[in-house]
Write a protein that binds this ligand. Structure first.
Ligand SMILES: *Cc1c(COP(=O)(O)O)cnc(C)c1O
Length: 496
């Protein structure tokens, strides 16, 4: 197994190289040269195993240049009850008949990003060691709220690394901001930018692929890498929970081995749902991958029409981690669906950066329609959905997850499809207490910690210890900069 660039199929690197580098020099994303297959027997056997063992199995298919001992070191370091508040690592809750909530937020920062970012530091430092690179790794992160904190928590005080996070000043929840600005650790930096997530992401990508900055870092014994889902080391761990969930549903007798399931994912950068696509093509029986968006519905339109057009207003919503108009990981999907046609990808993504728009071929449109369904909802519909689930099933879900539930309900009503369905629940409701309480019709005048106490009463979900502890933490990072000044901030933070 090796990894190619979506913009140059001739590139051929090991998984360690792909993870260490983060993004290809040509601006493309690394993809596996083939999608490894697993059998139904494999899946059945996984049903008896722990999450860490399931992770070991999946990683050993993708990280073929890692030794068994290296993979074990990574999965055991990440997926344990020191980091997660449940033995199962990811929990499956029943919602309504045939529908399961895959709770991916039992990690230290209460969002699904922990599933990958708890292990990425292990994968990355192991990769660096394997490659014999003697440089400090500087992790640059653009975040719409959750990745930043999860990456900071994963990388804090990890030897040989330094992490710098950029978030949109007005684009994250009060709790998300608090989580990031109070971050501890001697190798961390956090900075707000005047702009939205796309500005932050574009800024980071530009700095990453700039020769000038690469040279400057190299002169100082440093190199960049990425903790965003453009890094294969972020994506591979996300495949695991879909494989694991299917194995669990079989083991629990909820489905028969071989039965298809739908997977619904509240989507932003297209990383999480793409992991579902990889799981499907490895051999997990999946009927539809259902892509749920908020009012920033560029993906809904794309999946329905084959035209990607980011020339539209950017909406700041109550599901901020999905406020994205440029979904990076779509590039990986299109590379696979176009038969690894790197010239085609260069054309489409060149057009995206020049005009903000591209249209895929009829063949690719058909492939997308076969695999995906897409829908979206606005904030009012999201809130109504939170209230409905709360009233009917006594289940409190966060604003992102509610978008997925709403889109799934619309899908089920429109198609009559009765296939059992797994809905990715991507954040703890406590990260968005204000919006969740408002949706349920409660008072929201308190500060973010007062809201947490209120939500505890309403939801009966224990308050995550990591969020409660923020109350007494000192704010360490207050800098707000123009997006044009990101490079200067980085140089100054690194002291170069
Ligand atoms: C990041 C995030 C998403 C979007 O996931 P992508 O992989 O970017 O599509 C959805 N919900 C929450 C809570 C998130 O943090």
């Amino acid at each position: 197994m090796f990894y190619k660039s979506t913009r140059n199929s001739e590139v051929k690197v090991s998984s360690a190289q792909a993870i260490a580098q983060g993004i290809s020099e040509d601006g493309g994303l690394f993809v596996p040269s083939e999608i490894p297959a697993i059998t139904l027997d494999d899946i059945k056997a996984l049903g008896e195993k722990s999450y860490a063992e399931r992770a070991f199995f999946v990683f050993s298919k993708y990280l073929t240049d890692f030794t068994e001992a290296e993979i074990r070191y990574c999965v055991e370091g990440a997926y344990n009850t020191k980091n997660f508040d449940t033995d199962n690592i990811a929990e499956l809750a029943h919602l309504f008949d045939g529908t399961y909530m895959l709770e991916l937020w039992h990690g230290p920062t209460c969002a699904f990003k922990d599933m990958a970012l708890q292990i990425l530091p292990y994968l990355l430092t192991t990769s660096i060691k394997k490659l014999g690179v003697d440089k400090k790794v500087v992790i640059l992160v653009a975040t719409s709220g959750d990745t930043g904190k999860a990456a900071l928590e994963g990388f804090k005080d990890v030897e040989g690394t330094e992490i710098l996070v950029f978030y949109p000043e007005d684009g994250v929840s009060a709790m998300q901001k608090k989580q990031m600005t109070t971050q501890e650790g001697g190798n961390v930096g956090v900075c707000a930018i005047k702009g939205n997530f796309d500005d932050a992401q574009t800024g980071v990508k530009t700095i990453f692929t700039s020769k000038e900055t690469a040279d400057k870092l190299a002169e100082n014994g440093m190199m960049f890498s990425s903790a965003n889902s453009i890094n294969w080391g972020r994506l591979a761990p996300q495949i695991i929970y879909y494989v694991s969930t299917y194995a669990q549903l079989v083991a629990d007798g909820e489905i028969e081995l071989g039965d298809k399931i739908n997977i619904v994912v509240p989507t932003g950068n297209f990383g999480n749902i793409l992991a579902g696509y990889y799981a499907k093509h490895m051999g997990i029986p999946v009927n539809k991958l259902i892509c749920a968006s908020n009012a920033n519905n560029v993906l809904t339109d794309f999946i329905k029409t084959g035209v990607y057009d980011r020339n539209r207003p950017f909406h700041t919503t109550i599901s901020p981690s999905m406020d994205i108009l440029i979904s990076s990981n779509l590039e990986r999907l299109l590379y696979h669906l176009s038969g690894s046609d790197d010239a085609q990808i260069r054309e489409w993504f060149g057009s995206l950066s020049k005009t903000g728009r591209y249209e895929v071929t009829d063949e690719v449109k058909k492939a997308i329609a076969d695999e995906f369904y897409a829908g979206c909802c606005d904030d009012e519909q999201t809130k109504a959905c939170i209230k409905e689930i709360y009233d009917e099933y006594s289940y409190t879900c966060d604003t992102h997850t509610a978008v997925a539930v709403k889109v799934y309900k619309d899908y089920a009503a429109a198609t009559g499809d009765k296939t059992k369905t797994v809905i990715a629940s991507t954040a703890s409701p406590y990260k968005f207490s204000g919006s969740v309480l408002a949706a349920i019709g409660k008072d929201t005048n308190a500060d973010e910690f007062g809201l947490v106490d209120e939500l505890a009463e309403v939801s009966k979900i224990p308050v995550p210890a990591s969020l409660a502890a923020l109350k007494d933490k000192e704010v360490r990072f207050t800098k707000v900069i123009d997006k044009a000044d990101m490079k200067d901030y980085i140089y100054s933070a690194l002291g170069i």
